[in-house]
Design a protein around this ligand. Structure first.
Ligand code: SAH
Length: 352
């Protein structure tokens, strides 16, 4: 089977075995990548129209009890600036975000024990009360099922928890021994079981990753049937064990976005900040390769320099207005419109 045929089959809804996906990812030309992007983009246009969903992201804490080898806010990084936002500050971010048109708030952070279940529940309740027409997405890492359930009952709608890599041995090379792939997978199952719109996802080009691992990520994602998939390039951070590792490539990240779209037609797929950091215009290229969500930062400007998962993160000197305006302009420039609305997952919604 040649690469065009592989792409055509995926676009027709056929599943390819791991060997075929691995062969595709291990050796495709720029022409073939553009072909995949084209097929993915027309599929996205057919289902969603030329529209991009906006979510405002609040980075609520840079404290983390974990020590992931790739991440700049890992516990072991003594250089990292640490902060946590108060409930009032977070509500203030949502107020300003609401005025700017956001109807989904994504609360992301390191795994900060200060944000215990009681505090998270109180926060979610208050956002739910104040913004009844908005979706609340959490991205706060691994928790017990009971905790996820409490946040859900308090009004959270969605949860993002990237699986990072679908291969357990690869997972063990990216994380310290106290972290477990099995546990991460269990968390994802719990989230889905509770009823969250759930997002998994992975980094592209993380150290030790092979084409076969990427094929496994595609197959896992497809089998898990998530509502959202977060995919971005790995980028090194200077104060981590992976400081000397090479970043993921633009072409592989775009290819993974396109293949994820082809294999999961109605999934919500962000063009990530990491992709915009890897290269100017990266997020726009992501949209043109099949992504349909952008998550501009609505964190307070004074803390942005302390939420650095990787080097050279874009938007650190911006506020919520400039972060949004920049992206609105870029998205319009490639012929897309921004959607004001919750932008919930819908199975096969055909846009006319
Ligand atoms: N603590 C939360 C949120 C993590 S930050 C959790 O565990 O889910 C969100 C994502 O950023 C991570 O899942 C990871 O895939 C990505 N990330 C972390 N460090 C990165 C790096 N150096 N380069 C690219 N992406 C990174």
């Amino acid at each position: 089977m040649n690469n065009r045929e592989r792409i055509d089959r995926l676009a027709a809804g056929e599943l390819l075995p791991k060997e075929e996906l691995t062969a595709l990812l291990a050796g495709y030309t720029e022409e073939e990548r553009l072909y995949a992007a084209d097929r993915a983009r027309s599929m996205t246009d057919r289902i969603f129209g030329r529209r991009v969903y906006f979510r405002g992201i609040v980075e609520l804490s840079s404290y983390c009890k974990n020590n992931c080898y790739y991440c700049g806010i890992r516990r072991g990084n003594r250089q990292a600036g640490r902060y946590r936002l108060s409930e009032e500050e977070i509500l203030g971010c949502c107020d300003r975000g609401y005025q700017l048109g956001y109807r989904t708030f994504v609360l992301q952070g390191g795994e900060d024990p200060w944000f215990d279940d009681g505090r998270i529940v109180s926060l979610v309740r208050r956002i739910r009360e104040r913004f009844p027409d908005c979706a609340i997405t959490l991205s706060l890492g691994e928790k017990e099922r009971g905790s996820y359930q409490r946040y859900y009952d308090a009004g959270a709608d969605r949860y993002l928890l990237r699986h990072e890599t679908a291969n357990p041995e690869h997972y063990a090379r990216l994380h310290p021994p106290e972290m477990s792939w099995q546990r991460r997978m269990q968390c994802l199952k719990d989230l889905r079981g509770i009823g969250y719109q759930t997002g998994c996802g992975c980094m592209v080009g993380s150290p030790y990753q092979t084409a076969e691992h990427l094929a496994e990520d595609l197959l896992f994602t497809r089998a898990f049937r998530p509502q959202m998939v977060g995919i971005g390039p790995f980028l090194p951070h200077k104060d981590t064990p992976f400081c000397r590792e090479k970043p993921g490539t633009l072409r592989d990240t775009l290819m993974m976005l396109s293949l994820t779209r082809l294999m999961n037609p109605s999934v919500l797929l962000p063009a990530t900040t990491a992709l915009g950091t890897l290269t100017p215009g990266g997020r726009e290229q992501g949209i043109l390769a099949g992504a349909n969500v952008i998550m501009p930062n609505i964190s307070p400007p004074q803390v942005r320099g302390s939420y650095l998962l990787y080097d050279n993160k874009i938007g650190v000197g911006d506020d919520e207005v400039s972060s949004r305006d920049r992206v609105v302009q870029a998205v319009r420039a490639i012929g897309y419109e921004i959607v004001v609305g919750r932008g919930d997952y819908q199975e096969e919604k055909i846009h006319d």
